[in-house]
Design a binder for this molecule. Structure first.
Ligand SMILES: Cc1ncc(COP(=O)(O)O)c(C=O)c1O
Length: 402
């Protein structure tokens, strides 16, 4: 069947909550994807910052296949060797000591929310229930994560949200200080806002957030679902700032597309969720953890964090050139291989994305008007050049808003 025939079936059978691009993908290798009609695309979207080791990685495919034949699922009534090995690896590679595995970024933030309230409850401060997050943030679509998400358009028609959550402008430490009190359980921030428009905060913002939380006795959490696992050119996004949060949420690149999320916390939070207070059936199953362990091996063998750093600098220089040359591009921003170009107001972002795609390059939009680049971390300079050239051709005569 061709693209149209398959999409007709999807349009009859899917719920209508997505608006996918009009092609059906069936195969991938590295940074290339192919649709059912044999058309090839350069994937600089990477499944929205997920496919960290590239599509169809033979080592990852073999590890998943082998583990599927050995053991896939036992539930959390029992230990499994792959989850233990993964926790140990993550403890070695991060500042964190304790891990809880789940299945997505939203679930990881749900767990952080519950952990924050339950921690203070256990510490004799049950009145500390307030959570503070940032405007324009994105933390996921389940009710707790959605309530933390500081974008009212995603709340519309779905209220009431989870209570006692305040939102403050991002990158405004004074506003954060004014919102945090002895009633605050935790502050949750992205070290760099991804969905909000690839916004890198000013250098001392996270440091001040740490000081504000310490002064008020509140926990500081980072949502590293998009920024973690090498994406920004460091293993964890917060490493750029030198600021240590009490915990963070992870997902996306952690198993390069195999569904897995995690929270990672410091030792002082080890007892925050006593048995029975939180759980998930699939979380930490041996198959997902085997995939994540293999991803870490590939990171080491192929030096993918270093490639994200160096490739990221190369991409940054290319995006900066586009801003110099074309008035359709107003600003280049980001870190590592999480970057974007802010489009000028008169440019139609959705149409621009579509024209770039028709030219064979896949990107995504963030913040409504930022063309976002989140390629697999193995992307080469030649592939980045190819993508930049395609974007440049479109920016030279961009589609305009009506
Ligand atoms: C920072 C951040 N947190 C949470 C999420 C939600 O993750 P998931 O879609 O896996 O639930 C996302 C997804 O884009 C994200 O970027």
């Amino acid at each position: 069947m061709n693209n149209r025939e398959l999409i007709d079936i999807a349009e009859r059978t899917y719920l209508k909550n997505y608006r996918p691009a009009p092609m059906v993908l069936e195969q991938g290798e590295g940074c290339r994807l192919r649709d059912v009609e044999g058309r090839s695309y350069l994937d600089l979207c990477g499944g929205i910052a997920v496919v960290s080791v590239g599509h169809g990685h033979p080592k990852l495919a073999a590890a998943i296949g082998a583990q599927a034949g050995r053991l896939m699922h036992v539930s959390n009534l029992f230990y499994n060797d792959r989850a233990i090995a993964l926790g140990e690896q993550m403890a070695r590679r991060t500042i964190f000591d304790r891990f809880f595995f789940c299945n997505s970024g939203a679930e990881a933030n749900e767990a952080l929310l519950k952990l924050a309230r339950r921690y203070h409850f256990g510490a004799g401060a049950p009145e500390r229930t307030q959570l503070v997050a940032a405007e324009a943030s994105f933390h996921g679509r389940t009710m707790g994560a959605l309530s933390l998400t500081g974008q009212p358009k995603y709340h519309e028609g779905l209220g009431p949200m989870v209570g006692d959550i305040a939102h403050v402008p991002y990158d405004d430490a004074d506003a954060l200080e004014a919102a945090v009190s002895e009633r605050t359980a935790a502050v949750l921030l992205e070290p760099l806002q991804g969905e909000g428009g690839v916004r890198v905060p000013s250098p001392d913002y996270l440091r001040r957030a740490r000081a504000i939380c310490d002064a008020a006795g509140a926990l500081l959490f980072f949502d590293e679902v998009q920024t973690g696992y090498g994406r920004t050119g460091r293993f964890m996004g917060h490493e750029h700032s030198g600021v240590e949060p009490d915990g963070c949420a992870l997902a996306k690149g952690i198993a390069s597309g195999f569904p897995l999320g995690a929270i990672a916390v410091k030792e002082k939070l080890a007892d925050a969720l006593p048995p029975g207070t939180h759980a998930t059936t699939y979380g930490g199953n041996p198959l997902a953890c085997a995939a994540a362990l293999c991803v870490l091996e590939i990171f080491d063998e192929e030096q993918l964090v270093q490639n994200a750093e160096q490739g990221g600098q190369y991409l940054a220089a290319g995006l900066e050139r586009l801003v110099q040359r074309h008035k359709a591009a107003r600003e280049a921003r980001g870190q590592g291989l999480l970057r974007g170009i802010l489009l000028a107001d008169e440019v139609d972002p959705g149409a621009t994305l579509a024209v770039v795609r028709e030219a064979g390059v896949l990107l995504s939009l963030a913040g409504g008007n930022v063309l976002r680049f989140t390629p697999p971390l193995c992307v080469s300079r030649e592939e980045l050049d190819e993508g930049l050239a395609a974007v440049e051709r479109v920016l030279a005569a961009p589609p305009l808003r009506d």
